[in-house]
Design a protein around this ligand. Structure first.
Ligand SMILES: Cc1ncc(COP(=O)(O)O)c(C=O)c1O
Length: 394
């Protein structure tokens, strides 16, 4: 797809990916123009078509995660929704949780809420100067009351890929449930839930998988499925004669009408990504982020943050000496038509750890599948212009 036709240069794919492939738009359009019915709630041929489309998407997601059973995939409405389902669903009063400073507020805030209202406790492991979690420092925080470990697979601030498999080994050794926040990893490189050893994997459908907003999903291991409590109860379109929700997955955790149009779009997005293949996706992202890092590091007043992490995705964060990140982002948008994200990126503890909290966070550029080398060149040239002006005050 040619993003050069767009009047602006979108570089905020870590927030949500854009543009969406035409197949994704066509799938959403076809739901509302040709189908438009509630799945699981009618025996009509159109309802069956929607049911099949939802099951197809469930199967595609199970495949990209190398999950054994399609029923281990539960649909939700975004990454935050399924992280809440996982965290609220497995914790009990008195439980201790180990997480890291790299976590997004979609993990930190549910933990803090449950600390205040359910009586759990939690500890956060530090990162090194590149934003990478050290497994030893995580293991030191585990004690006899620890029940759950949470890890963000890829930092949404620095793009660092965290040592997920090593933490999986720690969880097995200490018999902990393991929740991986894959919002920034799914769709960027292959993930194998058995290899990593996670019990719960929560992800957005609208970022790396190119689906529409309001899509997300949770993978559950057999162990997690046996213990998780649903956040909501209500109609499922099945077993309506009973006062209790169905006990089997995925229906126990999927209540009310699903976002069928969104799931059909997500299915097309997953199809697009898998057809493209992991190699070309990773090569493209790393090529653009390398170009960004090289271009930005040649500008004297730019300080790159976490760019030396040994494994990374396309996200690049930086600050410009003496400037406010939000003001820079605003100039990039209004003067150069470039959209990035600035600030704390909902990850305040990570900025505290990296030393960028008191300076208002960082400017984050997150190229996506449809960005080009020309887009990156535009960003570098714009930052050159802004820093030249900054010398005289912006
Ligand atoms: C690491 C991480 N976790 C969770 C989320 C929340 O995902 P969503 O926007 O789908 O709710 C995000 C979103 O940016 C994220 O970057």
């Amino acid at each position: 797809m040619d993003s050069s036709k767009s009047p602006f240069c979108y570089m905020d794919n870590a927030a949500t990916s854009w543009p969406k492939p035409p197949t994704v738009l066509a799938a959403i359009h076809s739901f509302y123009t040709e189908l438009g019915v509630a799945a699981e709630r009618s025996g009509s041929s159109r309802a069956w078509t929607v049911d099949r489309a939802i099951q197809k998407c469930r199967h595609q997601i199970a495949e990209i995660l190398s999950a054994q059973r399609d029923a281990s995939i539960v649909f939700g409405y975004n990454g935050t929704d399924v992280l809440n389902l996982a965290i609220h669903g497995v914790l009990n009063p008195g439980d201790h949780v180990v997480a890291t400073v790299a976590e997004h507020n979609s993990v930190l805030r549910p933990l803090e809420y449950l600390r205040q209202h359910l009586g759990i406790t939690y500890s956060l492991a530090e990162c090194d100067s590149q934003g990478v979690v050290c497994p030893d420092s995580v293991e030191k925080l585990v004690h006899s009351g620890t029940r759950l470990m949470c890890l963000t697979h890829v930092s949404n601030v620095t793009g660092a890929v965290q040592p997920a498999q090593e933490l999986g080994r720690i969880c097995r050794e200490h018999d902990l449930l393991y929740l991986l926040d894959a919002a920034q990893s799914v769709g960027h490189f292959p993930i194998d839930v058995s290899e990593i050893g996670c019990d719960l994997l929560a992800a957005s459908g609208h970022k790396g998988l190119l689906g529409p907003l309001a899509t997300g999903f949770l993978f559950l291991s057999d162990r997690a499925s046996a213990t998780i409590r649903p956040l909501r109860q209500g109609g499922t379109g099945t077993q309506s004669e009973t006062i209790e929700s169905p006990s089997e997955l995925p229906y126990r955790l999927e209540t009310g009408n699903l976002n069928s149009a969104g799931i059909m779009g997500l299915s097309a997005g997953v199809g697009y990504v898998t057809e493209m293949g992991w190699g070309p996706i990773q090569d493209h992202e790393l090529k653009l982020s390398r170009q960004l890092i090289d271009g930005l590091s040649a500008i004297a007043s730019v300080r790159l943050i976490g760019h030396q992490s040994p494994r990374r995705t396309g996200i690049v964060s930086f600050e410009i000496e003496g400037t406010d990140p939000n003001q820079v982002a605003s100039i990039l948008d209004s003067t150069f038509g470039i959209q990035v994200r600035a600030g704390l990126h909902c990850a305040p503890k990570m900025h505290e750890s990296l030393g960028t909290l008191s300076r208002g966070g960082t400017i984050r550029v997150s190229p996506g599948m449809f960005n080009t080398e020309q887009d990156v060149q535009n960003v570098v040239s714009a930052i050159q212009d802004i820093t030249a002006t900054a010398k005289h005050g912006i």
